[in-house]
Every structure is written in structure tokens, then in C-alpha cells.
Design a protein around this ligand. Structure first.
Ligand code: SF4
Ligand code: SF4
Length: 343
């Protein structure tokens, strides 16, 4: 594990800047930055991401990531969680504003006003970038990828005591993937404690071995029809308890009907995050993927606890075995629903 390098000069500079003018330059910078945070006030919501997120690839359970990439379930969050996400977007503006007020160079949008993005694995893997900075007093000449995060009190304390790699490994991996993508040797990781607004700043060095390992893992999740192993066979395991796909993973339920859950869909390695329908032998764009069609055939890997016994191409059906019983299903899901009800 690499040594933790705190950006202490940067933290002191921010503190002095804000105290010296009682926050005036910080607030003025906020006036410019807040309107740029589109994610904080967008009026629509896209239930499914096209790509596998670089911000998630460091999660411990790869199976959870595969469920998400295969659009197994429409995400639905309670109000508190949605406000929590929104706070994260708004806090990004505050980080950028405090850096600008402190005289740091910050690039947070492309020339046409869009977000910097990480794109890899033929477009199937990526993330938006918080920003790129230069002039951090701890390493003044070095450009760095910048990542901004909010933490609750417990998580923030763990970060302070252990550093990002040990205290919040998922964020550490995310910074590695973004450094890899932008060919940057260092990242500035900044965090705020939502309990009392204490700041944390660490400089993270790029480690190509970590980035390559996670890219390989992402490639496997994207291109495999099957799912990775569970991290636990018990739905009561503490990490499973908080997983959005707990029900899909630990019991037999019917997934969402769309092209990503269909046996006939296939991500292509030709670029542009493209997908193909193997049945109709044609490309399927995102709008069509979300609709699916009447030839939909659930990927049996998404039917937890079942074993695929055989498939019939002319009938467009699959026969599965579950708890000693066999059923054949196709677009008609009644046999599957009866099986779920009986067992
Ligand atoms: S329920 Fe547990 S094993 Fe299953 S995907 Fe979620 S975290 Fe992984
Ligand atoms: S058969 Fe229909 S649902 Fe399945 S991948 Fe093709 S278009 Fe999508």
C-alpha cells in the first residue's frame, strides 16, 4: 500500500484564503460555478447507464456491477438518497470554487461547455471527470486529475485515519482509472465531512498495475454473458444487505424486460458502445435496447439458482432447472411465473 501524502499546503492555503476575505472570493467563484453543475438541476432521469461506470469498478462485488450493466432492475431510490446524490453534485461546485479562490488552475469543462469524460473498452466503460488542476502548492508544477467527494462522519474519519486507498478503496480505484485515461501521474482527492465541513486533501500517485487489473475486470464484466461469483451465498451478509440487486441475486425473480437482459443481445468490440441483436443480426441503439421486443428471451444467468439445461432455436425458448423442476420459457413467461409461485 502506497504512503499517504496529505496536501497540507493546499488545505492551509484554502483555509487562509477563506478566512482572509471572510469567504468573499469563494462565494464569488460559486456564482460562476454553480450554474455549470448540470447534474444538480437536470429535469430528466435516465434509468439506465449505457456504460459500466469507472466510479463503480472498485466495488468489491463484481456480480453487482454485472447486474447493473445488464439492466436487470430499474434503479429506484428513496427521497433521502436522491437528495444525498444531489448534495454531492452541489458540493462539487464548492470544491471548484474554493480552489479557484485559492488561485489554483482548475479545468472543469471542455471548450464547448461539456464534461471531461473517461471512455474505454470500446465505449462500454467510462465516467465523467470532476476536473483537472494545476498549481497545488504541495506540487505546484504538476497537473493532477481532481476528484471531489462528500463523506458522512464515520467514513470521513476512516479516510483521515487510513488515507483513500485503505479508507475508501472504491474512490481510490476510480482515481486510478481516470489518471490512466488522461495519462496523468497524480490525482488530487478532496473530501468534505458533511457533519462539520472539515476538509481533507490527499495526493495519489498513479499505479499502472491497479488500473490495468481493473480494466481487465471491467472487460470481463462487459463481454461475459454469465455473472461473476457472489461475494457471499447469504442474503444476510452485510454487503448484500445494502446491495440494490439483493433480490435478483439471492432468489428467483424475473428481471426487467429489455435487450440487455435478453440472451440475443451482445456488446460489440467495434467502438461507440455499440450493441447487436444476434437474432435479427442488426445493431440495437439505446432507445431500442430499453424497449426490447416480442422475441425477448431472458438470459438464464439472470435467473438466480437455475441451471440452463437446453435451448431451442426454432421455438426461441430455454429450458431451465430449478430445485429439481424443469420448465421451458420464451417470451411467454407464464411457465416461469408458475415455477416461482410453486417453489
Ligand atoms: S447481493 Fe451480494 S453477492 Fe449478490 S450482487 Fe449484491 S453484493 Fe453481490
Ligand atoms: S430479440 Fe428483441 S429483445 Fe432480444 S436483443 Fe433482439 S431486439 Fe432486443
Amino acid at each position: 500500500m502506497a504512503k499517504v501524502v496529505i496536501a497540507s499546503k493546499l488545505l492551509a492555503l484554502i483555509s487562509n484564503t477563506i478566512s482572509n476575505d471572510q469567504g468573499a472570493s469563494f462565494r464569488q467563484a460559486l456564482e460562476t460555478i454553480i450554474p455549470k453543475m448540470d447534474d444538480a438541476y437536470r429535469g430528466h432521469d435516465d434509468p439506465f447507464r449505457s456504460h459500466l461506470g469507472a466510479s463503480l469498478i472498485g466495488k468489491k462485488c463484481k456480480r453487482e456491477l454485472a447486474y447493473g450493466f445488464k439492466w436487470t432492475k430499474i434503479p429506484s431510490f428513496e427521497s433521502r438518497i436522491l437528495r444525498l446524490f444531489n448534495r454531492g453534485h452541489l458540493e462539487e461546485a464548492r470544491f471548484i470554487a474554493m480552489l479557484i479562490a485559492a488561485g489554483i488552475d482548475v479545468w472543469y469543462e471542455t471548450e464547448d461547455g461539456g464534461q471531461f469524460r473517461v471512455i474505454d473498452i470500446e465505449g462500454h466503460f467510462g465516467s465523467a471527470l470532476d476536473g483537472i488542476v494545476r498549481g497545488v502548492p504541495d506540487m505546484p508544477l504538476v497537473p493532477m486529475y481532481a476528484e471531489f467527494k462528500t463523506h458522512n462522519d464515520k467514513s470521513f474519519k476512516s479516510l483521515v485515519n487510513n488515507g483513500v486507498e485503505k479508507g475508501k478503496n472504491q474512490h481510490f480505484v476510480q482515481t486510478q482509472m481516470c489518471m490512466y485515461s488522461y495519462k496523468l501521474e497524480y490525482a488530487l482527492y478532496m473530501a468534505v465531512n458533511k457533519n462539520d465541513d472539515t476538509l481533507y486533501a490527499e495526493i495519489i500517485k498513479y499505479d499502472p498495475k491497479i488500473a490495468e487489473w481493473y480494466l481487465k475486470s471491467a472487460r470481463e464484466i462487459i463481454y461475459n454473458d454469465t455473472l461473476p461469483e457472489r461475494i457471499s451465498e447469504s442474503p444476510g451478509w452485510y454487503e448484500c444487505k445494502f446491495c440494490d440487486f439483493r433480490v435478483n441475486c439471492h432468489s428467483l425473480v424475473i428481471p426487467e424486460i429489455n435487450c440487455r437482459t435478453c440472451s440475443h443481445s451482445k456488446p460489440l468490440d467495434t467502438g461507440g458502445a455499440s450493441w447487436k441483436c444476434k437474432l435479427f443480426k442488426e445493431p440495437i441503439d439505446k432507445t431500442r435496447q430499453m424497449k426490447g421486443c416480442l422475441s425477448h428471451l431472458i438470459n438464464p444467468a439472470l435467473l438466480s439458482g437455475t441451471i440452463a439445461v437446453s435451448g431451442s432455436i426454432p421455438n426461441n425458448t430455454v429450458t431451465i432447472e430449478y430445485k429439481g423442476k424443469q420448465v421451458e420459457y420464451g417470451y411467454d413467461l407464464i411457465p416461469l411465473m408458475e415455477l416461482i409461485n410453486e417453489t
